[in-house]
Design a protein around this ligand. Structure first.
Ligand code: ATP
Ligand code: MG
Length: 207
């Protein structure tokens, strides 16, 4: 099975800036620099055939590229415990529009709809079970934070491999948005590759 999600990759300089926010934090699992992304839609585990349908359906999404900006922080919590620390995405109609188009495209191949409302964010760290105090302290210390606007020229269908040491996200297909000339080394490199499986016997964890 293939664990899939659709996301925006972030430019190197943005990921580097996010990585510099990392600090000692009890109970936090920081996202690796290469892994920062903005999830547009989590799909979950599907077989190869469904993956082909999903990839083909996403290929029909034709939307313009746009600028995005990350500014400030937020925290997801449950019952007063921190779950995830993230950077806020400055409101963008183009982003919401793209996300809706992707949702609609995936409806057509029977991917189940996300019940939660789309809250665009870039996760910095996840917590198993942590108090909110240190998270609020972090937010105070690290603020103000802004990446400034950066261009988004594509969205990506990722395959996620969950390992004990953290997930590996492999871009399966990169979909260019309309606008600037597009080039991405992953695009051709990964198209014809055979599936690969984790062979080191690492235990899989769930979200
Ligand atoms: P780990 O699960 O080991 O903490 P991860 O959450 O980064 O790693 P995945 O679980 O494969 O890796 O998730 C990939 C992306 O999809 C992440 O952005 C994650 O937040 C998001 N995601 C995962 N599960 C869900 C879900 N049930 N609903 C919405 N988004 C999800
Ligand atoms: Mg997860």
């Amino acid at each position: 099975m293939n664990r899939l999600f659709v996301a925006l990759a972030l430019p190197d300089h943005v990921r580097a800036a996010l990585s510099r926010l990392r600090r000692g934090f009890p109970g936090a699992r920081w996202v690796a620099e290469e892994n920062f992304h903005l999830t547009l839609r989590f799909i979950g585990a599907v077989d190869n055939r469904a993956m082909d349908d999903i990839a083909a359906q996403l290929d029909r999404v034709r939307e313009p590229g746009f600028d995005l900006e990350l500014d400030g922080f937020g925290c997801f919590e449950t019952k007063g415990r921190a779950r995830a620390l993230w950077t806020r995405v400055v409101a963008s109609d183009e982003l919401l529009h793209l996300q809706r188009k992707i949702d609609t495209a995936l409806d057509a191949v029977g991917v189940e709809r996300e019940t939660r409302r789309f809250k665009p964010h870039v996760t910095l760290a996840r917590f198993k079970d942590a108090p909110l105090g240190p998270v609020n302290d972090f937010i105070c210390e690290a603020s103000p934070f802004s990446t400034g606007p950066f261009p988004v020229g594509s969205f990506t269908l990722y395959r996620s491999f969950l390992h004990r040491d953290g997930p590996i996200y492999r871009p399966e297909v990169v979909y260019p948005l309309d606008g600037d000339a597009f080039s991405d080394p992953y695009f051709d490199e990964f198209r014809d590759e055979e599936d690969y499986e984790i062979t080191d016997g690492a235990a899989l964890s769930s979200h």
